[in-house]
Structure formats: structure tokens, C-alpha cells
Design a protein around this ligand. Structure first.
Ligand code: UDP
Ligand code: MG
Length: 341
């Protein structure tokens, strides 16, 4: 279906790697992907896009060294740490069909061949789905809870136990580029886009070296982007809670009035009731204001229309270095200027 070998032209696939403080791993990673892709080199034209997401270690230097010896390597250096999802987006803006993989070797390079095989069968999105993972219990438990909630309330069907490790056909990448929202949850956007999607099961490895670039704060941020970005359930919760509390208060009034009329000698502890009710209501109000706040915050960020990331420099396959450009507007993409003649 997807086979264009008949035309004699090799289809291109770009590997996109977001890199944040992975100096100890990038060389090994590059060797591993070169090794696994070797077998298919006569059928596909492979390129490798490494997006250095403002690493503080020597990742950038190591990546430049890779580009020195391998002309298929493109290195995009972001001007600071913009985060995993923005880094992937920067890579997608330069590519057609892509395979997105973490660069800490947790996503095993050989699994990418299974993704390619499914793509060959005609699927436009092939996501890698974790059968097992080597991670802390905390990470496993929170991830499981997150996907459970997400699948319950999200407006699109986001497959469980998937990360950003996946293959996207050119069609999907082109559509994905149109989504320039700031609070990005790429997995959700890919589900939203549709086309023929399928999964491949794999066992997720351990991080090869270094530390996670996802401390709890970033993890919570991503979870919020997933939940708030694809569901208005928290907003609906406000009104439901409001109805519930109104009903309870009404019953309380009936009770008090009833006591007053039917058994005037029983004293209702008025002050206790008032105080508790007040605390309770302020708590509910604050929580709900927080929910509103998170949507308003997102509207604000969207209204600012800032560029999603700032590129410090791009080094292309020909060894050309192109300095500072932004790619906020898809109609003015860096890729058009850099990679397309
Ligand atoms: N990463 C990134 N920017 C960040 C944090 C992480 O580009 O701000 C990259 C990181 O180098 C890795 C991938 O995103 O390739 C996943 O991050 P990590 O392995 O630290 O997350 P975990 O597997 O612990 O969830
Ligand atoms: Mg990792």
C-alpha cells in the first residue's frame, strides 16, 4: 500500500529525538539507531533530527560531533529549555514521515522497525504501547492513574500506556503542524487528527544514564495539559457540585425550619452550623475558582500567541549552519526555508 519501491524512489523517514541533558547517551543512541536502520537502508532514506532542548550538559557538543561524521544528522538547538513537547514539535516542523523517540534509550531503537513494518501495511499512525516498563513504582502508579482518568473524561480516544514513541506518516505530520497551541499534549492531538492508527506492543527499557528530565512538577504540567486540553469535565464538575451543595443547603433549611416549628424546645446549635457551612463553602469556591483559573490561564497564554519555541541554530546535512529563526507560524516554517530548496 505504502510501498513506492516500484517508482525506484526511497521513502524518507526522519527520527526525531528530543534531547535534554543526555550527553552520556546520545552517541550510543545514534550507534543503535544506525545499526537497526542499516537493514532497511536500501528501502528508506533515513535522517536523524536531534533537538537539543537547552541542555546544560555537553549534549549540544556531542550532537555537533555526530553531525560532523554523519551527514544524515540535523541538530536543532533551542535557545533554552522549552520542554519535551515543544522540542518534539521543533523536530516535526523539519520532517515528513517521522519516528519520535526518547533519547535516553528507554524506547528501544529496534522497536522502531516494527513501527515501520506497520506503516508499510498502510497505517498512518503507529504508536508503541508499553507492555511493561522499568520505572519507579511511583511513576508506574501515577501514569496508570493518569491514563485511567484521561480515558474516562477525554473527548478523544487516547490509547493507554503510550508515550510519544510513535511513527507518524507525512499526512499526519502535516496536519499536526497546524496545531500551534501552547499547552501541548501531542498524544492527544494525534488521536484527535485520526487517520488509520494502530499500536505495537513493546517492553520499555530502563533509562541508560543520567537523570529524568521529568521531575514531578513537569509531570503534573503534562498531566494537566492532557486533562484540561481534551476535556471540559472539570468545568462540568463545577455546576454539578454547585447543584449538590444547593440541594444540601435546601435540606438543611427544611430541617431547621421543621425543628423550629415542630419541636421548638430543641436547640439547633446555630453558630456551629454557620461556621462549618462557611468554611465548607469557601473551600468549594476556592477549588472551583482554581478550575476556572486553569482554563482562563490557558486562554491567556493562547491569546499571547507567542512562538512555541525559539531556535538558536540549525545545522543541516550539508553542514550549513543557519542561525536564530523562529517557527511560530506554520506558513513560515523553518523547514521550508532550510530543508526544501
Ligand atoms: N526531554 C526534553 N526536554 C525536557 C525534558 C525531557 O527534550 O524538558 C527529553 C529527554 O531528553 C528524553 C525525553 O524527553 O529524550 C523523555 O524525558 P525523560 O526520559 O527524562 O522522561 P521520563 O522517561 O523519565 O518520563
Ligand atoms: Mg525516559
Amino acid at each position: 500500500m505504502n510501498d513506492v519501491q516500484a517508482t525506484g524512489e526511497r521513502r524518507s523517514i526522519a527520527y526525531v529525538f528530543p534531547v535534554y541533558n543526555e550527553a552520556k547517551t546520545v552517541e550510543l543512541l545514534h550507534r543503535a539507531v544506525c545499526r537497526v536502520t542499516q537493514a532497511l537502508a536500501d528501502r528508506y532514506r533515513f535522517t536523524f533530527i536531534y533537538v537539543d532542548d537547552g541542555s546544560q550538559d555537553d549534549s549540544a557538543g556531542r550532537l555537533q560531533a555526530l553531525a560532523d561524521v554523519d551527514h544524515r544528522v540535523t541538530v536543532v538547538e533551542l535557545a533554552r529549555n522549552f520542554g519535551h513537547q515543544a522540542a518534539i514539535t521543533a523536530g516535526l516542523d523539519l520532517a515528513d514521515a517521522v519516528i519520535i523517540m526518547d533519547s535516553d534509550l528507554q524506547d528501544p531503537p529496534r522497536v522502531s522497525l516494527d513501527l515501520i513494518a506497520k506503516w508499510q501495511q498502510g497505517y498512518e499512525v503507529v504508536y508503541a504501547q508499553r507492555r511493561s516498563r522499568v520505572d519507579s513504582t511511583f511513576k508506574k502508579v501515577t501514569a496508570r492513574a493518569f491514563y485511567w482518568v484521561l480515558r474516562k473524561i477525554a473527548s478523544v480516544d487516547i490509547p493507554r500506556d503510550t508515550g510519544d514513541f510513535r511513527l507518524l506518516d507525512r499526512k499526519v505530520v502535516e496536519e499536526l503542524r497546524k496545531f500551534r497551541e501552547r499547552d501541548r499534549f501531542l498524544r492527544g492531538l494525534v488521536s484527535y487528527i485520526g487517520f488509520r492508527q494502530t499500536g505495537v506492543l513493546f517492553d520499555r527499557d530502563e533509562r541508560h544514564a543520567g537523570r529524568t528530565g521529568y521531575p514531578l512538577s513537569k509531570m503534573l504540567g503534562l498531566a494537566a495539559d492532557g486533562l484540561l486540553g481534551f476535556s471540559t469535565a472539570p468545568l462540568k464538575l463545577i455546576s454539578r457540585l454547585g447543584y449538590g451543595i444547593s440541594l444540601l443547603s435546601f435540606l438543611g433549611i427544611l430541617y431547621t425550619a421543621g425543628v423550629k416549628i415542630l419541636a421548638p424546645e430543641t436547640a439547633v446549635p446555630g453558630w456551629a452550623f454557620t461556621a462549618i457551612a462557611m468554611f465548607f463553602l469557601s473551600g468549594v469556591q476556592l477549588t472551583m475558582q482554581g478550575v476556572l483559573g486553569s482554563y482562563i490561564g490557558r486562554t491567556y497564554a493562547e491569546a499571547q500567541r507567542r512562538p512555541l519555541y525559539i531556535v538558536a541554530s540549525v545545522r543541516t546535512a550539508t553542514g550549513q549552519r543557519i542561525p536564530a529563526q523562529t517557527a511560530a507560524d506554520p506558513s513560515e516554517r523553518t523547514s521550508d526555508r532550510i530543508l526544501r530548496p
